[in-house]
Design a binder for this molecule. Structure first.
Ligand SMILES: [Zn+2]
Length: 320
């Protein structure tokens, strides 16, 4: 039996393992999302109830399943536990299975599982706390650069970046574009546009996707942002009539975040509402992180296909 056949045999067990592993990593992602905004350690103390701070027993800490069995309540204090926790675990589990299906049993799979969980943490921390953790955006830049060296030495690894130069260009272009947009917004519109969190985030994504990937990610993020943003504005417009038209877009953004934050993570939501008061004094704040994160993940999955498609369209347009 060749190595390839042996790996084929392992397909289903690997797939199921990726899914379960994803659930466990998603559980850790929840710890990061809930503790990093408060500057707390993600290593100790062990998992605890966000309300009563009691440690959660191992048998109550199975991803998604425990939340369902306990009826979305803490066993100790009976207070509700946010649906965001099982959601993050489920999304991570499914994503890891998809990464395995896309890349197979090669080095790219664990690397991009790592990238995807980073993007999930960024998305949910930005939605609930309106911050992007430096733990990911800054350290991720160096990890992405390290991955580029793997890409250089192992061409068969199917990595998105295959030279450290491409990673460096991705970092510079990603950080540079957002930084320029931020400065231009500040100078021309007299209000902060993106924020340094997004600058560091696209630089980090750039280290994983290279310079072409950064351009594709940014275009995709803007596309997702306009589709999802406009749908949300229309949705909240249809629900809440009579709001001031000047602040409508801003208000629906806030509503969107409150909805995403859920009713249960009250502490975090109140905190971000307070933070928001500070931020709105400076001007409109558009949380762009989740769009960048989602676009980065889409690029990791189908980036080369997207670029080929784009070049195809460009050529087609050129011949017309
Ligand atoms: Zn509790």
């Amino acid at each position: 039996m060749s190595l390839e056949q042996a790996l084929d045999q392992l397909d289903t067990p690997f797939l199921i393992s990726s899914f379960i592993f994803g659930g466990l990593v998603g559980s850790f992602a929840n710890v990061c999302i809930s503790r990093w905004p408060h500057g707390e350690s993600v290593v100790s103390p062990r998992s605890r109830c966000p309300k009563c701070k009691n440690s959660i027993a191992w048998y109550d800490n199975f991803p998604v399943i425990s939340w369902l069995i306990l009826g979305a309540k803490c066993r100790n204090c009976g207070l509700p536990i946010s649906w965001l926790y099982p959601l993050v675990e489920a999304i991570t589990a499914v994503s890891f299975a998809l990464v395995y299906l896309r890349f197979g049993a090669i080095i790219a799979a664990p690397i991009y599982m790592f990238f995807v969980v980073c993007m999930i943490i960024v998305t949910f921390q930005d939605l609930t706390d309106w911050t992007i953790p430096d733990e990911i955006s800054v350290w991720g830049i160096f990890i992405g650069l390290g991955v580029a060296f793997i890409g250089m030495f192992f061409p068969a690894a199917e990595l998105r970046v295959t030279t450290p130069i491409d990673a460096l260009l991705g970092i510079a272009l990603g950080g540079g574009i957002i930084f320029t947009i931020d400065r231009l917004t500040l100078i021309l519109l007299k209000k902060p546009g993106m924020g340094m969190g997004d600058v560091k985030l696209l630089a980090m994504i750039g280290s994983f996707v290279g310079w072409q990937g950064v351009l594709a990610t940014l275009m995709l993020a803007c596309l997702l942002g306009s589709v999802i943003g406009v749908s949300m504005i229309l949705y909240f417009k249809s629900r809440g009539e009579g709001e001031g038209s000047a602040t409508e877009a801003d208000a629906s953004g806030k509503n969107g975040d409150d909805t995403a934050g859920g009713d249960v993570k009250t502490e975090t939501v109140i905190r971000s509402a307070e933070d928001d008061e500070d931020i709105t004094l400076e001007g409109h704040y558009l949380p762009f992180g989740p769009y960048l994160a989602l676009a980065g993940v889409v690029y990791i999955f189908i980036g080369p296909e997207l670029i080929a498609m784009y070049i195809g369209w460009a050529n087609l347009a050129g011949t017309l």
